[in-house]
Design a protein around this ligand. Structure first.
Ligand SMILES: [Zn+2]
Length: 354
């Protein structure tokens, strides 16, 4: 299935993977918001991680839906799964650690089911061809300290002076070890809100001698800086000297900012650039809901894909409020290989038919 020739420990792992995918890969779409669309109530400090406990079948189903839609990389449900968060719910240390492992196990299971389905369904030539061309990767999600706090600071990046580099490293250390040992193909540090946390991740990868390749993905609300106000160029540069970091990019950010951010990242790194924007709506942490933004055509998400590719991104997916339909449309847009991949696609359909 291709993976036999892909060595996650090799320095050329990401380049090899992208080559097998034809130059570009597809990441999945919004995970927590997709669980919600299926009826899960995530109004909880654990957010999507609650479903690892309450609805593992639904977690697996959403992974499978994204694979069916054309994702080459699925991201685990561990974004807001932390030992501290589970312990606050009364679980023991052992139970908490087992749940972290379980998030990876469910995604690996979905990958296996999907592969078996494709093999069995030998009549489905197109699917088989896709699989043999490009392997499926499981990326273990690591959300920020702010995501654990569940107080909106993942979108402000402001942890206050009391939170130091050491605080962040100690907060993340054990979770990182457990997720890395659970057997994912990648580690996805997602929605990184400031430079300090990126630095903490980078140092941890080295100190803990983590062998699983990682990506760093930041979020922005102005297209120039990450949400804390640290310039994206400085944040992306943190990753540059760490060989364990195999891609750098942006997630959970409105589509209208992505083009400029790709250019800024490309100026400071030659690592592959990944992007998985949200639907363009804004999360209101007080109301705990997504609200529409005015004045921009963020529903044109899919129509941007060709431009993002031209700007130098090579991994594309969606974040909050995007759906398997969005991913299917991205996958098609990329495989069309034309400079105007949206000609036959209604982007509005892709994003609003949720
Ligand atoms: Zn998101």
């Amino acid at each position: 299935m291709g993976l036999g020739t892909l060595d996650t420990a090799s320095p050329s792992f990401m380049a090899d993977f992208l080559k097998q995918c034809g130059g570009c890969a597809v990441i999945d779409g919004g995970f927590a918001t997709e669980l919600e669309r299926h009826g899960a109530n995530l109004n909880d400090p654990l957010w999507s991680a609650k479903c690892i406990v309450t609805s593992p079948q639904l977690v697996r189903r959403v992974h499978l839906d994204y694979l069916d839609a054309g994702a080459n990389i699925i991201i685990t449900a561990s974004y807001q799964a932390t030992i501290q968060g589970f312990e606050a719910k009364g679980l023991s240390r052992e139970e908490s650690e087992a749940l972290l492992r379980k998030s990876v196990e469910i995604a690996l299971e979905a990958k296996e089911i999907y592969r078996e389905k494709c093999i069995k369904d030998s009549m489905d030539f197109a699917e088989n061809e896709r699989l043999s061309r490009c392997p499926i990767l499981v990326a273990a999600s690591i959300g920020s300290y702010g995501a654990y706090l569940a107080d909106g600071s993942e979108y402000s990046g402001n942890y206050g002076d009391a939170v130091s580099l050491e605080t962040l490293k100690e907060f993340h250390r054990r979770r990182l070890q457990i997720l890395a040992d659970a057997g994912p193909d990648l580690l996805a540090f997602e929605t990184i809100p400031n430079k300090l946390e990126a630095q903490a991740y980078a140092e941890l990868l080295e100190e803990e001698n983590i062998k699983v390749p990682a990506w760093f993905s930041f979020n922005s609300k102005d297209g120039i800086n990450v949400v804390s106000g640290d310039p994206i160029s400085e944040c992306a540069l943190v990753a540059e000297s760490y060989r364990q970091v195999v891609a750098v990019g942006i997630n959970c950010t409105p589509p209208r900012y992505i083009h400029g951010l790709i250019s800024s990242i490309r100026k400071v790194t030659s690592k592959p650039v990944l992007i998985y924007p949200n639907s363009g709506e804004t999360y209101d942490p007080e109301r705990k809901e997504w609200v529409p933004t005015t004045g921009t055509a963020d529903e044109d998400f899919i129509s941007y894909v060709g431009k993002w590719r031209e700007a130098g991104a090579s991994l594309f997916g969606g974040c909050c409020r995007t759906t398997p339909n969005t991913i299917r449309a991205i996958s098609r847009a990329l495989s069309q290989k034309s400079s105007a991949p949206t000609a036959t696609l209604s982007s509005k359909t892709a994003v609003t038919n949720m």
